[in-house]
Design a binder for this molecule. Structure first.
Ligand code: C2E
Ligand code: MG
Ligand code: MG
Length: 657
C-alpha cells in the first residue's frame, strides 16, 4: 500500500490527455497559489520583524519568496499555452517535487518563528500555517499528488510541534486543521475523479468530432471527384477557377483556361456501347493528365475536360498541341482500334476576361469555334470572337422578342432530276427578317435558336408553310424540310409535326426531312425513334451534308434513310481524282442500298457533266437555281424544258431572286 502510494506520488502525468488538461487548469490556479504564499509569508515576516532574528525575518524568507516568485513567473509565462503530453508530464513532476520542497521549507520556517514574540505572534504562526495550507491545497485541486505532498509535508510537523514542543493550547487547533485537511483531500480526490472522467469523455467526444471531420473531408473530396476517371470534377474546376481569378484580380500574372472536347466520342459510345465508352474515357483521362502537365486536368462531364494553366495563352497553346497529339494516338479497347481527336478552346486572363464566368464562357466560345471551323484543332479566344459574341447576343435578343409568325418566310431551292432535267423536289430554307436587326442568314440564327429552344417553333412554322405550299404546288414535287438536333430529341415537337402531316393529308413521299449525321449522332437512340415515327407518316428521310461528320457510313447504315445528300465540299472538288472517286463510291453505295442520291452545291456545267457520268440521280445548286420565292419556284416547275437547257447561260433570271 505504501509502495503503491509512493509510486502514485512519484508518477504524476501518466495519462497523456489528463496531464495536458491538468496543466491547463494549473496555469490559471498556481499563480494564485504563489500570490497567496507571498502575501501570507510577507505578513508573518513583518509581524516577527522585531522579535525574531534577521536570519528568520529577512534571509530565509527572502530565499523562499525568491523561489516562489521564480515559479510564479514561470506559470504566468506559460499561461494559455497548450503543452504536449510529454511537456505536461514534466511540468506535473516538477510541480509535485517542488510542492513538497517548498511546503516543507515554508512550514519549517514558520515553526522556527513560533518561539519568538508573544501570544499574538504565535497565534499568527498557527493561523499562517493552517490558512495557507488550506488555500494551497485548493489551488492544487488539479494536481492531487502535489496537494497530497503539501498536506503530508505540513500536517505532521505542524501537529507534533504544537502538541508536544510548544504552547499546548494550540494543539486542538492543530488537530482541527488536520481533520479539515483530511476532509479537504477527500473532497479534492473526488472532484479530481470527476475531472478525470470529464476529460476522458471530452476526449472521446473530440475523437468522434475528429472522425466526423475526417468523414466530412472525405465526402468533400468525393463531391469534387469524377467517379469514372478519378479526375477532379466540374465543381472542383469551377471553384479553382474562381479562386485563381479572385487571386489574380489584384495582380496581373496571366493564366489560361483550356477546354477540351473529344470529337468522335459520341459515335464510339453509341456504336460500341457504354462500357467501351467508359474505358476510352479512362484511357484518355490518363493521357490528358500526362500531356497537360503542369496543368490540372478536370472532367467537366461527358467527353469534355478542362485544364487550368498558370501561363499565358501562347505557352498554353504549346501544351494544347501536346494534348491534341496525345489524344490522336489510336487506342485499343476490347480488341478494337479506335481513333479520337480533340478540339480545344483557350481563353487567357486578363485579355479574354477578368471574371471566372467570362473566362469559362470565352474558352467555351473558342472551343465552339474550333469545333465548327477546324475539327481536331485549337482556337484561342481573340478580339474578333468578342465581336462575334456581341453579334450573337444581338441576334439572341432580337430572336427572343421576335414575332416569328410574321418575321419568318421560306424559300425553295429546286432539286433537279438529272435523268429528265425537271424539278423533282425542293429544299425548304427558312428566311428571317427582323425589324430590329434586318435580314439574318440561317447559318447565324439557327445555332442560337437551338441554344434557346426557339428552334422548335421555327421548325413547326417552316413545316406549316411547306405543307400549305405543297397543297398549291405540283403534286409530283416533294418538299424537303431541315430538322435540327433539338427537334429529334423533343417528343413534343415530333408529336406536333406528325399531327400536322396527318392533317395535311398529302400523298406519301411528298414530304422529306433532312437531318445531318452530327445531329442524329448526338442523341442516337432518340433520333432513330423520332425518324421512324416521321417515316411512318409516309415522309422520307434524307441525310444532309453527307461526308462532313465522322461517322457517315455508320449513320448511313444505322439510320432509317431514303436519301443521301452529298456535301458541297465533295462536289466542289470533283476535278480532284480522289474526291471524284469518293463521290463515285457514294453514288454507287446509294444505288446498292436503294437510296436516292442528291449532289449538293452544283455550281458549274463541269460538275454537272461529271455527276451525269457517274449516274447520280438528283442535284441541287446555284447552277440550276438559288433558293426561290414561291411564285418563281412555281414558274420554274411549270417550265417544260429541262433545267440544263439554259445551262449555257446560267439561270440568271431565276437566280436574281
Ligand atoms: P443546308 O441544309 O445544307 O442547306 C443548303 C444551303 O446551301 C443553303 O443555304 C443554300 O442556299 C446553300 N446552297 C445551295 N446551293 C448552293 C451552291 O450551289 N453553292 C453554295 N455556295 N451554296 C448553295 P442557307 O439557305 O443559307 O442555309 C444554310 C443552312 O441553314 C442550311 O444548310 C441548314 O443547315 C440551315 N437551315 C436553313 N433553313 C433551315 C430550317 O428551316 N431549319 C433548320 N433547322 N435549318 C435550316
Ligand atoms: Mg439541308
Ligand atoms: Mg446540306
Amino acid at each position: 500500500m505504501i509502495g503503491r502510494a509512493i509510486r502514485w506520488l512519484s508518477n504524476p502525468g501518466d495519462d497523456p490527455a489528463l496531464a495536458v488538461a491538468q496543466v491547463r487548469q494549473m496555469q490559471r490556479q498556481i499563480p494564485l497559489l504563489y500570490g497567496l504564499l507571498l502575501l501570507n509569508a510577507s505578513a508573518i515576516a513583518i509581524t516577527h520583524f522585531r522579535s525574531a532574528p534577521k536570519l528568520l525575518t529577512l534571509s530565509l524568507p527572502a530565499i523562499l519568496l525568491l523561489a516562489s516568485i521564480v515559479r510564479m513567473a514561470h506559470w504566468v509565462q506559460v499561461r494559455g499555452s497548450v503543452p504536449t503530453p510529454a511537456e505536461a508530464k514534466r511540468q506535473l513532476q516538477t510541480t509535485t517535487m517542488l510542492a513538497g520542497v517548498l511546503a516543507s521549507g515554508y512550514v519549517l520556517w514558520a515553526l522556527l518563528l513560533a518561539p519568538y514574540g508573544g501570544a499574538f505572534e504565535q497565534a499568527h504562526v498557527a493561523l499562517f500555517i493552517s490558512t495557507t495550507v488550506i488555500g494551497c491545497i485548493f489551488c492544487l485541486m488539479h494536481a492531487p499528488q502535489a496537494a497530497t505532498l503539501v498536506a503530508v509535508s505540513v500536517i505532521p510537523p505542524y501537529f507534533f510541534f504544537f502538541l508536544f514542543f510548544h504552547e499546548s493550547s494550540f494543539a486542538p487547533l492543530a488537530l482541527n486543521v488536520t481533520f479539515v485537511l483530511i476532509v479537504l483531500l477527500r473532497v479534492l480526490f473526488r472532484s479530481f475523479d470527476s475531472f478525470r472522467r470529464l476529460v476522458h469523455s471530452q476526449g472521446e467526444l473530440s475523437l468522434q468530432t475528429q472522425q466526423m471531420a475526417e468523414l466530412a473531408q472525405q465526402n468533400r473530396a468525393l463531391a469534387m471527384t469524377d467517379s469514372l476517371t478519378s479526375l477532379p470534377n466540374r465543381r472542383f474546376f469551377c471553384r479553382e477557377l474562381e479562386l485563381l481569378a479572385g487571386r489574380r484580380e489584384h495582380g496581373c500574372r496571366p493564366f489560361t483556361v483550356m477546354l477540351i472536347d473529344l470529337d468522335c466520342f459520341k459515335p464510339i459510345n453509341d456504336t460500341h456501347g457504354h462500357q467501351t465508352g467508359d474505358q476510352v474515357l479512362i484511357e484518355i483521362a490518363g493521357r490528358l493528365q500526362e500531356a497537360a502537365e503542369p496543368g490540372r486536368v478536370c472532367r467537366l462531364g461527358g467527353d469534355e475536360f478542362g485544364v487550368l494553366l498558370e501561363m499565358a495563352p501562347a505557352d498554353a497553346e504549346r501544351i494544347a498541341r501536346r494534348v491534341v497529339r496525345a489524344v490522336g494516338v489510336p487506342l485499343i479497347v476490347d480488341d478494337l482500334r479506335l481513333t479520337l481527336a480533340a478540339s480545344i478552346g483557350l481563353a487567357g486572363f486578363p485579355h479574354a476576361g477578368g471574371r471566372a464566368s467570362d473566362l469559362f464562357d470565352r474558352a467555351d466560345y473558342a472551343l465552339y469555334h474550333s469545333k465548327r471551323s477546324d475539327r481536331g484543332g485549337i482556337s484561342v479566344f481573340t478580339p474578333e470572337m468578342e465581336v462575334a459574341i456581341r453579334a450573337d447576343r444581338r441576334i439572341e435578343s432580337a430572336l427572343l422578342s421576335a414575332d416569328l409568325e410574321q418575321e419568318l418566310d421560306i424559300k425553295l431551292q429546286p432539286i433537279i432530276d438529272l435523268s429528265t432535267g425537271r424539278v423533282h423536289a425542293a429544299e425548304v430554307l427558312v428566311r428571317w427578317t427582323s425589324p430590329i436587326i434586318g435580314s439574318v442568314p440561317p447559318d447565324q440564327f439557327i445555332p442560337i435558336a437551338e441554344r434557346t429552344s426557339i428552334i422548335h417553333t421555327i421548325t413547326l412554322i417552316v413545316l406549316d408553310r411547306a405543307l400549305q405550299f405543297a397543297a398549291d404546288a405540283a403534286p409530283d414535287v416533294a418538299l424537303s424540310i431541315n430538322m435540327s438536333t433539338c427537334d429529334l430529341s423533343s417528343v413534343d415537337t415530333i408529336d406536333k409535326m406528325i399531327g400536322m402531316i396527318d392533317r395535311a393529308g398529302l400523298a406519301s413521299g411528298r414530304i422529306w426531312f433532312e437531318v445531318t449525321e452530327t445531329a442524329a449522332m448526338r442523341n442516337f437512340d432518340a433520333a432513330i425513334v423520332a425518324l421512324e415515327r416521321l417515316r411512318a407518316t409516309g415522309a422520307r428521310i434524307a441525310l444532309d451534308d453527307f461526308g462532313t461528320g465522322h461517322s457517315s457510313l455508320s449513320a448511313m447504315h444505322r439510320l432509317p434513310l431514303d436519301t443521301i445528300k452529298v456535301d458541297r465540299s465533295f462536289i466542289l472538288a470533283l476535278d480532284d481524282p480522289s474526291s471524284r472517286s469518293i463521290a463515285e463510291a457514294i453514288v454507287g453505295l446509294c444505288r446498292t442500298l436503294g437510296m436516292d442520291c442528291v449532289a449538293e452545291g452544283v455550281e458549274s456545267k463541269r460538275q454537272l457533266a461529271r455527276l451525269q457520268e457517274m449516274r447520280c440521280d438528283l442535284a441541287q445548286g446555284y447552277l440550276f437555281a438559288q433558293p426561290l420565292d414561291r411564285a418563281k419556284f412555281r414558274a420554274l416547275v411549270a417550265e417544260q424544258s429541262p433545267c440544263w437547257v439554259a445551262v449555257d447561260e446560267p439561270r440568271a433570271r431565276l437566280n436574281a431572286a
